[in-house]
Design a protein around this ligand. Structure first.
Ligand SMILES: C[S@@+](CC[C@H](N)C(=O)[O-])C[C@H]1O[C@@H](n2cnc3c(N)ncnc32)[C@H](O)[C@@H]1O
Length: 118
């Protein structure tokens, strides 16, 4: 069974589509592209870490393949959209582990948000 729970758990925003306090079960990118620029105050992300394993929830039994052939490109796509929709004074949290956090910092976050905003 595939768990496609949304990376963006709760978003507070005033956007093209009404999303305040709404939980979407969808691909994060499909949701993000519907939001208008600089409309979101806070983004908290807990994406797959690219461990190479199948991750199974002990609580629900749902699982997902935690393996991306091009993890950094995949991240770049949705982090770019996060950057676009985030307000200038907004905050984004990226929750990762030691598998890829260094690459995500250098090749995604610093490139998109710029080092001085990290
Ligand atoms: C590290 S887990 C986070 C689990 C979550 N924080 C929780 O406590 O249940 C990553 C989650 O991202 C989901 N996911 C994977 N690809 C996704 C995508 N393209 N869009 C939205 N969610 C995705 C997975 O199904 C998984 O539930």
């Amino acid at each position: 069974m595939h768990d496609a729970s949304c990376i963006i758990n709760v978003i507070h925003c005033n956007s093209l589509i009404k999303m305040t306090n709404t939980l979407y079960n969808a691909d994060a990118l499909d949701v993000l592209i519907k939001l208008s620029d600089e409309s979101v105050d806070l983004i908290y992300t807990d994406p797959p870490f690219n461990t190479g394993d199948v991750q199974v929830s002990k609580r629900t039994g749902l699982s997902y393949s935690d393996k991306h052939d091009d993890y950094i490109s995949w991240m770049h796509a949705w982090v770019s959209e996060c950057h676009r929709v985030l307000k200038k004074n907004g905050t984004m949290y990226l929750h990762l582990d030691d598998h890829n956090v260094h690459k995500a910092r250098c090749f995604v976050m610093d490139k998109i948000f710029k080092e001085q905003n990290y």
